[in-house]
Design a protein around this ligand. Structure first.
Ligand SMILES: [Fe+2]
Length: 330
């Protein structure tokens, strides 16, 4: 009995780590599978903001029979709702090998499992809610900047696209991808704090004006400061104008002391700036912009990231070229 309790405790501890419904469902199924005499099991969960429970996973129904909660051949069936406060968030079921399989301990464990699963499910749903609020906040911040600065419209989106492309080529870990994406969207957010007359000036900037514009990375850091959930993003925004050789701003960091995500955005940002029309100059040709990136590799930019970007660009432009030809032919 002690062994069974120990095993149950070990498996159900995984519930607390589960941040998504599929992970939670797998953890519940693992618990059901180790129940003494359990032949079949299933987990139904109600997705966030939905009323209908959906079958998340099952085992033992390989014979084609339906995992709907009904008694197969009058065997023992345990079924329990996952209740949190007043709501039913789903249910779980277990079917026994034969009519004597589920002893009293099994039934107790099953009821405990349902209770623990319900709490974990509610946590996962709250986590999803926080994530959603987070993404909504980021979008509204990005919109706020676009409303101020004509040039930024489309720029943040393209910088995000190029940054994600570089990240894919260098195989950036998936947890960092989301942070990079949000940092790329918000990299120029500090421009909200720069006067219109300087931000949208139609001529060359004076030295003072340039210094004012350059404050945008520090301002970005200040603006994002109160959002603790953006802490990872904040550091990247602060350093997106550092240079690989240490001659950038605001802190003059060099090489690998600059956060990797900030080095990625530096390449993406410069490429988009070069290939976009500005009030005071026309966009550079693609060939010219590539040459500029190559010239800056090792001084302005991390050379490995320039290489990664150029390799993506060659495949990407080749594909666009082929797609263009195909539609011309059609
Ligand atoms: Fe910037």
């Amino acid at each position: 009995m002690l062994e069974r309790l120990k095993e149950f405790n070990r498996l159900s501890a995984a519930f607390n780590q589960a941040r998504s419904l599929p992970t939670l469902s797998d953890a519940i199924l693992a618990c059901l599978k180790q129940m003494n005499g359990c032949a079949r099991g299933g987990v139904w969960l109600r997705p966030y903001r939905s009323n209908e429970p959906v079958l998340m996973g099952s085992f033992g129904y390989d014979d084609g029979s339906s995992p709907m909660p009904q008694v197969h051949n009058a065997y023992n069936l345990l079924c329990a709702p996952l209740c949190y406060r007043e709501s039913i968030l789903g249910f779980i079921q277990a079917e026994a090998h034969d009519s004597t399989s589920f002893d009293e301990l099994s039934q107790e464990l099953f009821a405990t499992l349902a209770n623990q699963a319900a709490v974990a499910l509610e946590n996962a749903r709250l986590f999803a809610d926080v994530q959603e609020t987070y993404v909504e906040t980021i979008s509204s911040l990005a919109n706020a900047l676009e409303a101020r600065d004509n040039y930024t419209k489309g720029h943040s989106e393209r910088v995000t696209q190029y940054s994600m492309a570089i990240a894919q080529v260098i195989n950036l870990e998936s947890e960092r991808l989301q942070i990079l994406k949000h940092a790329a969207m918000l990299h120029d957010i500090g421009k909200i704090g720069i006067k219109d007359i300087i931000l949208n000036k139609n001529g060359r900037l004076t030295q003072d004006e340039r210094a004012t514009i350059e404050r945008h990375s520090v301002l970005g850091d200040l603006i994002l400061g109160p959002c603790t959930f953006l802490a990872g993003v904040q550091k990247i925004v602060l350093h997106h104008h550092e240079r690989y050789d240490g001659l950038g701003y605001p802190e003059g960091l060099s090489g690998e002391n600059i956060p990797l995500e900030a080095r990625i955005i530096a390449v993406a940002d410069s490429f988009d700036a070069m290939t976009s029309d500005r009030p005071y100059r026309q966009a550079l040709s693609l060939k010219h912009a590539i040459e500029e990136l190559q010239k800056g590799a090792g001084t302005q930019f991390d050379p490995a990231l320039v290489e990664a970007f150029l390799s993506w660009l060659s495949t990407h432009h080749l594909l666009t070229h082929i797609a263009g030809k195909a539609s011309e032919a059609a």
